[in-house]
Design a protein around this ligand. Sequence first.
Ligand code: GZL
Length: 325
Amino acid sequence: MIAVALVALVGCSKQSSDKAEQPSGGSTAAAPAAEKKLVVGFSQVGAESAWRTAETKSIQGEAAKRGVDLKFADAQGKQAQQIQALTSFIAQKVDAIVLAPVVETGWDAVLQQAKDANIPVILVDRGVKVSDDSLYTTLIASDFVEEGRMAAEWLAKKTNAKANIYELQGTTGSAPAIDRKKGFEEILAKNPDMKIVKSQSGDFTRAKGKEVMEAFIKSDGKNIQAVYAHNDDMALGAIQALEEAGMNPGKDVIVISVDAVKAAFEAMVAGKLNATVECNPLMGPLVFDTIDRVRKGEKLPKFIQNKDQLFEQANAAQVIGTREY
Ligand code: GZL
C-alpha cells in the first residue's frame, strides 16, 4: 500500500512538475528566463558639431541594433549636467555608464560613486584627469596630440615652414583642445618661422569660429596666412568670415582643421579648405563590444586608440563618396 502510494505521489508530482515546467514545446526543461536587457547610461557632451552628432547617432544606433536599453542625456556642454546625469544613472543601477566628458577635470567624486556602486565607466572620445585611474575602466578615443602634430607637419610642408598662423581652439579645458594645441606646438618648436600670432577658443562651433575669425580679420587682416582650427565646424565658420572679408580661403589663406566630417570634404572639393585630420566618431560598435568584454570580466587597457589619417584637397573628390559621417 505504501509502495503504491509512493508511486502515485511521485507519478503525480512528476506529472504536476511536468505540467508546471512543461513548455508548450512539450520538452521537460524549464523555459529559460527572458534574458535581462542590458541597461546603459550615456552622458553626451551636447550637439555642438557635426562630429558630435555623428558620434551620438553611432552609439544610439548600435544600442538599438543590440537591443540595449540606452538612457541618453545631452548635457548641452555643461559639466554640471553630466554629473547630474551620472548621479541619476547610478541611482537607477544601470549596468554600465558611457561618458564623453566635456572637460578633463572635476570628475573624481562622481566617478568614485560609480565605482562604489560597482558600475563600470567607459570614457569615449575625450579623456579625464583623475587622482586614480581606476575610477574609469577605459578610454576609447583618438590621440589628439598626434592629430595636432599631423596638422602642423602638413602645414609646414604646405608653407615651406613659414607662416603667420591664427588658431581657433576647441572648448576651453577639453582634452581635444588642450592636446591638439600641444601636438601642433611641438612641431612649431622645430620650425621657428611658423608662428601662432593669435589663438582663441571658438568652442568647437561654426558660429563661434566665424565670430573669432571676424575679430582676427578686423585686427590683423592681410597678416593672416594660415588658419589652424581644432575642428571642421570652426574652420567652416572661419572660411565664411574670410570670404565675407573678400579673402580667398584655401588659396591666399591656408586652412587646416580636424574631424574630417562630410562638410569638410565638400569645402575641400570647393577649394576652400586645404586639409583635415580625421578623428573618427563612429564608435558605437566598439563601445558595446568593450562593455561586453568588461561584463565578461576581461582586463582592458586604459586606452583603446582610434586610428586617424589626414585628408587633403588632392584626394577629397575621390574619397567624399565613401564618407559615413
Ligand atoms: C573629439 C571631440 C571633439 C571634435 C569636435 O573627440 O571631442 O568635440 O573634434 C567635437 O567636433 O565638438
